[in-house]
Design a protein around this ligand. Structure first.
Ligand code: PGA
Length: 251
């Protein structure tokens, strides 16, 4: 089964609208011939700018979160309909920074995922262990709990639409990357978990990204691993030249 790699930027809380415009304008010509699918997940306030500038290009636009509720009294949240109206295609769900700083749990990740799928947004669901969990040999258990929690009650048809991102918390924004062997091992474990839940066909078709200090230097080796189908890129997505080198890793 051949899976088309997806390289997605995660801008986090960076880029004003003016900065977004500058970055995307520089990025478009640099990635136009990419073989991988290309996406940028941007702050809510940049979405309309990004959609306008990426129209007609090969860059897809995503959000960094979505509310589980359809609408109502949820101060500070943004609904799927609001995102879709702007032309948003992808959405990151359950990023470790959401889990760490904003109380996101496997249950809230699951609720957001259900809403995203019901509304037709394409989810990128993040899982990953902390340093302490890795050092105490809990990685496999933690990932299993996060995957089964995220996919609880989700049909096979819907699961097939999900991209998973494996992001070891200790590698995010730290300059410390998982070795390609560590990333491959954990991602193969995620695929096995998906196979246990949904069968081999869904597992073989699912795209699973690596994220955590992925950059122009390490992308080739990571992407050479059989189970790694792309990257979720934070720091290295904030400059057009840096991000284009990651996107064009196989050029
Ligand atoms: P990083 O972030 O590339 O800056 O480590 C990745 C992420 O958090 O998605």
């Amino acid at each position: 089964m051949s899976r088309r790699p997806i390289i997605a930027g995660n801008w986090k809380m960076n880029m004003t609208r003016a900065q977004a415009e500058e970055l995307i304008t520089a990025l478009k010509p640099l990635v136009k011939d990419a073989k991988a699918e290309v996406a940028i997940c941007v702050p809510y306030t940049d979405i309309d700018v990004a959609v306008r500038l990426c129209a007609g290009s090969n860059i897809k636009v995503g959000a960094e979160n979505v509310a589980w509720a359809e609408k109502g009294a949820f101060t500070g949240e943004i609904s799927a309909d609001m995102l879709l109206e702007l032309g948003t295609e992808y959405v990151i769900i359950g990023h470790s920074e959401r889990r760490q700083y904003f109380g996101e749990t496997d249950a809230s990740v699951n609720a957001r995922l259900k809403t995203a799928l019901a509304k037709g947004l394409k989810p990128i669901v993040c899982v990953g262990e902390t340093l302490e969990e890795r050092e105490t040999d809990k990685t496999a258990d933690v990932i299993k709990k996060q995957i089964t929690g995220a996919f609880d009650g989700i049909s096979a048809d819907d699961a097939a639409k999900v991209v998973v991102a494996y992001e070891p918390v200790w590698a995010i924004g730290t300059g410390r990357t998982a070795t390609s062997a560590q990333a491959q091992e954990t991602i193969a474990g995620i695929r096995a978990e998906i196979a246990a839940l949904y069968g081999a066909a869904i597992a073989d078709g699912m795209r699973i990204q690596y994220g955590g200090s992925m950059n122009a230097k390490n992308v080739k080796e990571l992407m050479a691993q059989p189970d790694i189908d792309g990257g979720l890129i934070g720091g290295a997505s904030l400059k057009a030249a840096d991000f284009s080198l990651v996107v064009n890793y196989d050029a």
